[in-house]
Design a protein around this ligand. Structure first.
Ligand code: SAM
Length: 283
């Protein structure tokens, strides 16, 4: 299963590896990704099922499409280059576009609604928690003072004005963290990830493997904690003398430390620079 089809790069490789007798279920919550993959992956030999869905629903989708037990499940999290590079989707802070940021355009919550309709306090909380941004309170104040914001440029210039120039990060645009936070809130990315990992576990065959590639610390922390918990027999607090939770390990971690891209890979594909791959095997 490829839970994050995107432009179909991984799906193509998976289809090659599983050969004519294998079956691949690939999902994406973005309609454009599924439509593009239908053409791009046509005629690749192995049996391919494409579904537009949120991977939070992975177990249901798998059962409904006849995948009772799955040998491998991949999550390649975050945005695809197609989404990031299309200004109309509103993900890019370097290209002006509408404040949208929805991966699934049926979602009623857009970035425009988040920045214009939430209270200043709620907005600050989102930027602090999901962007790990220490200037969150000031950014929310500047955003609120400039309402209504309509474009990505409106948001990035509000952030630029809010953070004193001397405190701008040296290596990233000052609005990067804020954009990440709003996007993660719009798409409930951490909620979907937790549900998706849990669902994956339900359908993974014994000896089957689960792999997740994350691109920032909150995603990676979610994957790391999930794998750590699911590879332990008891989840009771350490000081509790007797186990009352009855939890049993279901996974064996294959990557004690996450796998990072090599220098050559980063040179060839700069967007891979923050990628971390973690994997585990179903017991
Ligand atoms: C980094 S891209 C994947 C690129 C892909 N592996 C490739 O080789 O082209 C991430 C994709 O996952 C999708 N995605 C992110 N969160 C999702 C979710 N909760 N459910 C389904 N798809 C999701 C995005 O729409 C995006 O197309």
């Amino acid at each position: 299963m490829d839970c994050t089809l995107g432009a179909g790069g991984h799906a193509r490789l998976l289809l090659e590896r599983i050969g004519p007798t294998g079956r691949l279920l690939a999902i994406d919550r973005d309609e454009a990704a599924v439509a593009a993959a239908e053409d791009a992956l046509a005629g690749t030999g192995a049996s391919l099922t494409l579904v537009r869905a949120d991977f939070a629903e992975v177990a249901r989708v798998a059962r409904e499409t006849g995948f009772e037990r799955v040998d491998g499940i991949l999550f390649d999290l975050g945005l695809s280059s197609d989404q990031l590079d299309d200004p109309e989707r509103g993900f890019s802070l370097r290209r002006e576009g509408p404040l949208d940021m929805r991966m699934d355009r049926r979602n009623p919550v857009t970035a425009q609604r988040v920045v214009n309709e939430l209270s200043e306090r709620e907005l600050a909380g989102i930027i602090r928690r999901l962007g790990e941004e220490r200037w969150a309170t000031r950014i929310a104040r500047f955003v609120a003072a400039r309402r209504p914001l309509r474009t990505t440029r409106d948001l990035s210039s509000a952030v630029e004005a809010a953070i004193p120039r001397a405190a701008w990060p040296p290596d990233i645009h000052p609005a990067t963290r804020t954009f990440q936070a709003v996007r993660m809130h719009v798409n409930d990315e951490l909620g979907s990830l937790s549900a998706g990992l849990q669902g994956a576990l339900e359908i993974l065959a014994h000896g089957g493997r689960l792999a997740a590639i994350s691109f920032h610390s909150l995603e990676d922390a979610t994957v790391k904690r999930f794998l750590a918990d699911e590879s332990r027999d008891c989840l009771c607090p350490p000081r509790q003398p007797v186990c009352t939770c009855g939890h049993r390990a279901t996974l064996r971690i294959l990557t004690r430390k996450p796998i990072r891209p090599s220098a050559e890979e980063v040179a060839a594909n700069p967007r891979s620079r923050s990628a971390r791959l973690r994997a585990a095997e179903r017991l």
